[in-house]
Design a protein around this ligand. Structure first.
Ligand SMILES: [Zn+2]
Ligand SMILES: [Zn+2]
Length: 637
């Protein structure tokens, strides 16, 4: 069965069970043009899972397109993509475990036709300190479902991931894991949840490709092993509890929140661990083989990157993004340019983006009418961007080699000992030749050239000095960041950090950032708080921010291990995903700062800069944004 057929079948199957189909949400949220919709399908449904009635009813189903800029560098293996579709179904206080697990199992085996003997399930092992019982109910349901297919399903208690590698499969079919693997809440495991937060156990389904276990991941294989034998294809969250006064109580009406990867289920349907073999990616690979005259077997990683990036790029363009040096436009530009760069090595020297975009559009236009409607716009934008970049690339690569005095071949010679690439050089290549910084980094890696430790700091500094070019791409955008770097925006950004900390001081440490949007005219900040903030409290926040501006505190940053950053109390934003290392900005004495926040920057160097020209920080509006979330607008005037 093709991926397109699986999507259609899924929606029909749940419609037949009285679910209402939700439309595809744009990748660019209308109310916040500076971010991309990166969620799992569920993020926009949180208020309804918390009890607000949904206008479409209490049984919902959809297939949502998702994009994760932060996964860009991981594309190249057999399962990572920046763009994917998430199949979702929800019970808002309606059906529960029995229906959910039965329907999903029947969908996989009877509708999609997966071999039930290749499916495995995981369930929650329980949490004694918090008095949350083991999910034997789900295990029992799974036992019966497998039994119905003539498969005896043994339960095995694994616990942690480490225990999994220790104990291995042990002949099991249903596996108990701890909260790190089988518990869902917005704040992670039960112990981390704040009062009022909902959460519950979840149950995942894995497909077994039967590939041999790789011992470099651990002694024995188990469903959550990363070796590639198992692929998680769907997760049912049973939102059962709410934390109250440190204890867990049952919700009056528990919910089901299910998410399954369309591409992953499609890969299971063709029994191929390589996701790029499915019907929504394979045609691109075939197209690249014919454009380059080279085989996928010998150019696997490059072709995967090109296929993923251009497929993602088409959807961003369909949803209104235009390649540029700012915000989402920069993300799209980066996708297209990386694809072109990889294609250049395959010998594809023209018309890549337009031709591949045509293939992508043909795969999707029957199911998404907006893809067909935007066809002309997308093809023109892609052709324009490619022409522009080809010129840059030719000049830049030549200059890169001249600058470093090394060609791609030379690193294979014995006495290869080149200079390190500095942030100043990367800036120079960018500034003089328009050669994007991330390409310098990639080219350096390719040639075995190391980067100076402080390259990013130097590069950031040189970028900041370049005031008249301040709205262009910089290192701050590297990790999928979407900042606008104009001077005003930078001032507002630092002011926002001050405000976030001041809000915590006035309203309490439970205040968590839920979103922010900064323009050259104002800052807008969303945060979790259950009631209106009184004007006296806002005045206090204003007073603190202005005091910190007047103190002209230094602003500094350093890279830290993510776990360490959180232990030291750095603020983050709700829903953000962080890698192993993060950039932490401090305001004030770095040893005892007023504010510590995980952030990509950029910021002013001293808070005094925010108040230049006698400007004062003023909160002009405070309102509800959504359930439990307040929104503040503030200006410098
Ligand atoms: Zn394994
Ligand atoms: Zn920030």
């Amino acid at each position: 069965m093709t991926a397109q057929e699986i999507r259609k079948k899924y929606l029909e199957y749940y419609q037949a069970k009285n679910h209402v189909v939700l439309p595809r949400a744009l990748l660019v949220p209308q109310d916040d043009p500076t971010t991309l919709f990166t969620g799992s399908g569920m993020q926009p449904l949180v208020p309804y899972l918390l009890g607000q009635p949904h206008p479409a009813g209490n049984r919902l189903v959809d297939s949502q397109t998702c994009f994760r800029a932060e996964d860009m560098d991981e594309v190249g293996d057999n399962r990572h993509t920046t763009f994917f579709e998430m199949l979702g179904n929800w019970s808002l206080g309606d059906y529960f475990k029995q229906e959910q697990l039965t329907w999903f199992f029947q969908f996989l085996t009877d509708e999609v036709g997966l071999d039930p003997s290749k499916l495995y399930a995981s369930v929650f092992i329980g949490d004694e300190p918090n008095n949350i019982p083991k999910d034997t109910e789900s295990a029992e349901i799974w036992k019966n479902l497998f039994g119905g297919k003539g498969i005896e399903a043994k339960e095995v208690e694994l616990g942690s991931e480490a225990d999994g590698y220790e104990k291995g499969m042990s002949g099991g079919r249903i596996f108990y894991y701890d909260a790190a693997k089988n518990w869902w809440s917005r704040e992670g495991v039960p112990a981390n949840m704040r009062d009022g937060e909902p959460g519950g156990p979840d149950s995942e389904v894995f497909y077994d490709f039967g590939t041999p276990h790789d011992e470099k991941y651990g002694k024995n294989c188990h469903p959550n092993c990363d070796c590639g034998r198992f692929l998680e294809i769907g997760n049912s969250v049973f939102m059962t509890y709410r934390k109250a006064a440190g204890k867990f109580e049952s919700l009056p009406k528990p919910n089901v929140d299910f998410g399954g990867g369309l591409e992953r289920i499609a890969a299971a349907a063709i029994d191929s661990p390589d996701i790029f073999q499915i019907s929504l990616l394979k045609p691109i690979i075939t197209g690249l083989e014919s454009l380059s005259g080279k085989s996928y077997e010998s150019n696997t990683a490059s072709m995967r990157v090109i296929a993923d990036h251009l497929r993602a790029g088409v959807f961003l363009a369909v949803d209104g993004v235009v390649p540029s040096n700012k915000q989402q436009g920069y993300v799209l530009r980066r996708l297209l340019r990386r694809a072109i760069r990889y294609a250049f090595d395959l010998g594809i020297e023209q018309d890549l983006c337009e031709k591949v975009a045509k293939i992508v559009i043909d795969m999707y236009k029957d199911d998404f009418k907006e893809v067909e409607e935007q066809e002309k716009v997308v093809l023109e934008a892609f052709a324009r961007e490619e022409k522009l970049f080809r010129q840059t690339l030719r000049k830049g690569l030549k200059q890169f080699e001249l600058t470093l005095g090394v060609t791609e071949k030379e690193n294979e010679t014995e006495n290869f000992n080149p200079m390190k690439l500095s942030g100043d050089k990367i800036f120079e290549l960018y500034d003089t030749y328009g050669f994007p910084a991330e390409l310098s980094v990639e080219e350096a890696f390719k040639r075995g050239i190391k980067l100076e430790d402080d390259w990013q700091k130097r590069f950031d500094l040189r970028m900041r000095e370049q005031r008249q070019r301040s709205q262009t791409a910089s290192a701050g955008m590297f990790k999928g960041g979407l900042a606008d770097h104009s001077e005003q925006v930078v001032k507002y950004h630092t002011a926002t950090h001050l405000m976030y900390q001041a809000l915590k001081q006035i309203l309490g440490n439970q205040v968590v950032q839920r979103g922010s949007n900064i323009t050259a005219e104002r800052t807008r900040f969303d945060f979790s708080h259950h009631e209106k903030v009184a004007r006296e409290q806002l005045d206090e926040v204003e007073r603190i921010v202005n005091e910190k501006i007047a103190e002209d505190l230094p602003v500094a940053w350093q890279e830290e291990k993510t776990t360490e950053a959180f232990t030291k109390g750095a603020s983050g934003a709700f829903g953000d995903k962080y890698g192993d290392m993060v950039k932490v900005y401090t305001i004030g004495d770095p040893e005892h700062p007023f504010s510590r926040e995980i952030c990509g920057g950029p910021h002013v160097e001293h808070t005094g800069a925010i108040g230049e020209g006698g400007k004062k920080f003023k909160i002009i509006k405070e309102e509800a944004s959504s359930a439990g979330v307040r929104r503040i607008k503030a200006v410098l005037q």
